[in-house]
Design a protein around this ligand. Sequence first.
Ligand SMILES: [Ca+2]
Ligand SMILES: [Ca+2]
Length: 178
Amino acid sequence: MDYLTMKWKMWYKFLDVNNDGKMSTADTEESRNKFTGLHHLVDDKADSLGSYMDKWWNTYVLPASGGEVSKDEFLSRLSASYNKDKTAFKMKMEKCFQVMSNIIDTNKDRSIDFKEFQIAFYAFGFNKPKVIRKAFKEFNDGNMVMRYRDIVSAWVQFVTDEDRSKPDYVQEALKSGV
Ligand SMILES: [Ca+2]
Ligand SMILES: [Ca+2]
């Protein structure tokens, strides 16, 4: 459990996009603006992707009403949900990263290319080009694009797997840069 809690703390830090020490709607806004700006999305496309992104935040990491969540609240919420029903927790996290994959796949070809991958990290305030490049290579096994299911399974492993003997790519990447 300690290992998982440590990874959830890293996730919290990653989600604190503006680095003010707490996760809140300000992070939702910051990530949405960075994401639409870096992809040069305008008008309807920016609005619709922006609203998907807001919905992701309010469904999976913030309370439905928005607001803010302290690190302690975030950890206790995750651990309560995890301990109540591990299978349900895992399914929820699968949905969480499936929805996110769909958002970051801006050209909608059902795969994530390097540009989409990089902008997704930048949108969350993770500005480490070398780490991102390395993660992309490790993740995708030398292909030019990544499949949703590889991204989803890596993130699901990061947030649900207690086994510290398995290599954890997301943890490795975040460790060297959050
Ligand atoms: Ca913040
Ligand atoms: Ca794509």
